[in-house]
Design a protein around this ligand. Sequence first.
Ligand code: SF4
Length: 259
Amino acid sequence: MRDIQPILDKVLSGERMTGEDCTALLESYDIAKIGAAAHEIRMRHNPTDVVTYIIDRNINYTNVCNVVCTFCAFYRRPGKPETYVHSIEEIEKRIEETIALGGTGVLMQGGLHPDFNIEWYENLLQTLHAKYPNFQLHCFSPPEIHNISLISKLDYETIMRRLKNAGLYSMPGGGGEILDDEVRKRVSTKCSTQEWLDVMRAVHKVGLRSTATMMFGIGDNISHRVKHLQRIRDVQDETGGFTAFIPWTFQRENTALGR
Ligand code: SF4
């Protein structure tokens, strides 16, 4: 195993990591050393012991989904039993419960519904934003935006501008999974790596911020994870619009891929 100290020294002196460096860190078991270096960098950006958080809630407005992801236990195909679409009143009830608990926003996402066009999303946001103007609507994800573009025949930038004008505050980075089509196409029929990245470019171009995610353990190896990180870093270099990176492991229960 490669000695990672020279890589950490390089990063601490302000140099950028290469893909090879990143591979070595991902292969290393020296988590404490990597954590200490990461903490040092973090203290340079935010030199304080104060760590902040928000109170929010996840709302999934529908589980109807037009595509198939073999790692997903949430979706139901259109017309099948157990499908649901929450009414705006049901969503408002959840928002009010969140506000009562001191919450300041929601993360709202859903499946890729075959009938929901741009007007459906605009109406949802406009209604919620008019009623809760200071409440942060952190909603949707690149696959949902790509689905709107297929249904409403609009480009990503137009969609994002319209959603922003309707009250969208920011966008979660869901649906990233592994941003490499070699892995992605084996486990999902949703938007490609390029489309996910292009949606994010459009989000940032209209002045919205977003997060980025990675779900690993779906047939990927370290080189796929490195490519994923590089692609996100490239967009960040271009736009500076990502505010957070959230990785998690594949949860296999009740999924076709898990079986
Ligand atoms: S797009 Fe994939 S992950 Fe999202 S709800 Fe549909 S099947 Fe599940």
